[in-house]
Design a protein around this ligand. Structure first.
Ligand SMILES: *[C@@H]1O[C@H](CO)[C@@H](O)[C@H](O)[C@H]1NC(C)=O
Ligand SMILES: *[C@@H]1O[C@H](CO)[C@@H](O)[C@H](O)[C@H]1NC(C)=O
Ligand SMILES: *[C@@H]1O[C@H](CO)[C@@H](O)[C@H](O)[C@H]1NC(C)=O
Ligand SMILES: *[C@@H]1O[C@H](CO)[C@@H](O)[C@H](O)[C@H]1NC(C)=O
Ligand SMILES: *[C@@H]1O[C@H](CO)[C@@H](O)[C@H](O)[C@H]1NC(C)=O
Length: 323
């Protein structure tokens, strides 16, 4: 992996060359029906009213809205599994945002410099839905990697421009490179330009960190931050990867999505039992404070914000006991 400094350098070179990506449409909201291959593909200016109370959207159910990561798209296997998990619960509407037109661009810095434009387009679609009668208060935003950072900006813009605060944003191993720790913003110019998803973006922000030394952020940024296996090197993932071995490089990074998916399937609120840490206890995975649950049910424990640690056993299932 490139060092932090070379990433910052790359960032300034990119600004210097003015390579900002132009976001001219091409972001889609995919409304799912009974399974992950049964969906309606919509975008700005779609007749959203026509979807209400159909197989694709039940107005009396809450909604999970998911945003994929860089390189990936809605058909990526870990995201299909997430969609199926929500659909088989049956008590949620499920929407996935398809921004594959941009996510397949290999130029990561270019993508980062256009993040506010991407968020603005998503916000425009959300506001059209709100105008059509959808209740955004019932929406739970869930983003993986770069998708989590886009949702941070979506939350920010909804609050700033529409006086609407999202109820919950869940960050699944939010992307690290080029984003700054919002909590350091007065001293860090990078945090000012490209702040990470943070507690000002929604009423409740929960984050699962699984790859903090490689692809994601190495700081706490939510109301609740979960650090399974100390937030890095998940069970079954190799520490040393060949630089060409993509699956190896993203193994821990993708695991956040798998943990979250398993937490949805779980019948037990106490699956992924976690303990509140004092100080840097999560660094070594030793915390003994109050108990919470990582993933889907985390919001039930919002009264006790902070860093949480847990260990997950071997590779699959990822759960810990319901002790
Ligand atoms: C998905 O749902 C559609 C519409 O209900 C159905 O026609 C199709 O057979 C389903 N596919 C799978 C794989 O279950
Ligand atoms: C949605 O439609 C757009 C435009 O036709 C297409 O590029 C995109 O792949 C579609 N997305 C899905 C998930 O089918
Ligand atoms: C919509 O959801 C509500 C609450 O879960 C349920 O009672 C109702 O039957 C659903 N409507 C349809 C058309 O499925
Ligand atoms: C939207 O949903 C929230 C949360 O369920 C509820 O409190 C509110 O009354 C709803 N607003 C409308 C206009 O239905
Ligand atoms: C979580 O840990 C970080 C250190 O990485 C610390 O700065 C932060 O205050 C902790 N959060 C809480 C709520 O204790």
């Amino acid at each position: 992996m490139k060092s932090f400094m070379s990433k910052v350098l790359l960032f300034y070179i990119c600004l210097y060359e003015g390579q900002t990506m132009i976001i001219d449409g091409g972001i889609y909201f995919i409304f799912y029906g009974s399974n992950s291959s049964d969906y309606v593909n919509t975008t700005l200016n779609y007749d959203f009213v026509s979807l209400q109370n159909t197989n694709y959207f039940n107005m009396s159910k809450p909604t999970a809205i998911f945003n994929h990561g860089w390189i990936y798209d809605v058909h990526t296997d870990i995201y299909v599994a997430l969609a199926e998990a929500y659909l088989s619960r049956g008590d949620y509407n499920y929407i996935a945002i398809d921004w594959s037109k941009y996510s397949h661009d290999i130029n990561y810095p270019e993508l980062v410099t256009s993040i506010n434009d991407q968020a603005a387009l998503i916000v425009s679609i959300l506001i059209q839905m709100q105008t059509a009668g959808f209740n955004l208060t019932t929406f739970h935003f869930i983003g993986h990697s770069f998708g989590a950072q886009i949702f941070g900006r979506v939350g920010y813009q909804l609050i700033q421009n529409y006086n609407f605060t999202p109820t919950r944003i869940t960050g699944l191993d939010p992307a690290g490179p080029m984003f700054g720790n919002f909590n350091e913003w007065p001293t860090s110019p990078i945090a000012l330009l490209y702040p990470s998803l943070n507690i000002l973006n929604a009423k409740f922000v929960d984050i699962i960190h699984t790859d903090r030394y490689k692809n994601s952020e190495d700081y706490s940024a939510g109301h609740m931050d979960f650090w399974p296996n100390t937030g890095a090197y998940q069970p079954g993932c190799s520490i040393f990867c060949d630089t060409q071995d993509y699956n190896c490089l993203v193994c821990s990074h993708n695991r956040a999505v798998k943990y979250y998916t398993e937490s949805i399937q779980s019948g037990s609120v106490r699956k992924f039992k976690s303990n509140l840490c004092s100080g840097l206890g999560y660094d070594i995975g030793l915390c003994f404070g109050s108990v919470a649950s990582m993933g889907f049910y985390a919001d039930k424990y919002s009264a006790n914000p902070g860093n949480y640690s847990l260990t997950t056993n071997s590779v699959s299932p990822y759960s810990v006991s319901n002790a």
